[in-house]
Design a protein around this ligand. Structure first.
Ligand code: COI
Length: 354
């Protein structure tokens, strides 16, 4: 395994108080960098002071979006130790995104070590109050100074960290979601299953319009029939209909969330009936009208478990579970975060200690 060179910053920033934390606004003192050059592979892994990265204006990532990223968190436990949650899954997914975007594969095991090393350098930045954590953002971007459309030969892998509280201002209070009917996020054969900047750029307009109507995020429908539920802006989505917990199956246009995967595994371990299948918005609306839609929630690293209290689809407004957090959402939140913060046993072996 390559050695990671560490250059510590001479000046350290003032850390925010836990109650001032917002999502993704303040970054720690150091970052991890590694370069890829054709013929050399990934090389020169290093931790250096956080700061600007010099790029040529012609750098390919700025023009054609050859970029991929990940998101995971480090959690401070009551005994002061540090937990990562399934970081191997993030690195495996990064390679799935890499493959789709013609980015050279990373060594997953080495990159988990890189994350651990960086988190260890930044350990004083990990907040300890309820609901807080250190968000870790690994990303890779193309830097060839060339504006011909072509897979890059030179790339940078960077990891930055920020102490965070809840992603949504609502915290665990149910969010209001707008069912998007005009814009489309992705189609099969596109990049919807990857974590790449372009998917989020494609979402901004709809997100902005939803926010103007006081909705927190949009629920995407499939790009072909405009009928089947895909995912919400920054999370996967689940619906409890009668005694079945349904989430859209992974068919190439939605993100394979690690919180989604863990949620399914938790629910199945408790004996719930979980279905990964096609689910139309009409089916959800019909279940709502018939009083069979009991709960809905989103899952994501940033969003954790986020109950959905309202869905607006055209003129139809569905108030789910009286706008309150449901029993299953609460149980999932308690157990998932319980494992992440080391408050309860981890029977699945998901936690990796730093
Ligand atoms: C995450 O949940 O980690 C994400 O990457 C969503 C993000 C766009 C905030």
């Amino acid at each position: 395994m390559q050695e990671i060179r560490i250059e510590l910053s001479k000046t350290l920033k003032q850390k925010p108080a836990d109650n001032e934390l917002r999502f993704g606004r303040m970054f720690t003192d150091h970052m991890f960098l590694m370069n890829y050059d054709l013929g050399q592979g990934w090389h020169d892994p290093r931790i250096v002071p956080y700061g600007p990265i010099e790029l040529e204006p012609s750098a390919m990532c700025l023009h054609y979006g050859q970029e991929v990223f990940e998101g995971l968190k480090a959690y401070r436990t009551a005994d002061g130790s540090i937990n990562l949650f399934r970081p191997d899954k993030n690195m495996a997914r990064l390679n799935v995104s890499n493959e789709r975007l013609c980015i050279p594969a990373i060594d997953e095991e080495f990159c988990v070590e890189a994350i651990k090393t960086l988190v260890n350098v930044e350990k004083d930045w990990i907040p300890s109050s309820e609901g807080t954590s250190l968000y870790i953002r690994p990303f890779i971007f193309a830097v060839d100074p060339m504006i011909g459309v072509h897979p890059a030969h030179h790339l940078i892998f960077c990891i930055i960290c920020c102490p965070v509280g809840a992603y949504y201002p609502e915290g665990l209070d149910p969010v209001k979601i707008y069912v998007e009917q005009n814009y489309v996020r992705a189609v099969k054969g596109g990049m919807g299953f990857t974590k790449t900047a372009g998917n989020y750029a494609a979402s901004l307009k709809a997100q902005d319009e939803a926010e103007q109507q006081s909705y927190t995020q949009v629920l995407w429908l499939d790009g072909v029939h405009r009928k089947y539920i895909e995912e919400v802006g920054t999370m996967n989505v689940f619906f409890v209909i009668d005694d079945e917990i349904v989430t859209p199956s992974l068919q190439g246009s939605i993100l394979s969330g690690i919180t989604r995967m863990s949620t399914i595994e938790l629910l199945k371990s408790w004996g719930y009936k979980v279905s990964e299948r096609q689910l139309s918005i009409d089916e959800v609306a019909q279940a709502y009208d018939e009083g069979r839609l009991k709960e809905s929630f989103g899952t994501g690293t940033a969003a954790v478990i986020s109950p959905i209290g309202e869905l607006k689809w055209g003129d139809k407004v569905m108030h789910i579970n009286n706008g309150e957090i449901g029993e299953i959402s609460q149980k999932l939140y308690d157990n998932l975060t319980g494992i992440q913060w080391g408050k309860i046993d981890d029977p699945f072996g998901w936690i990796v200690k730093v």
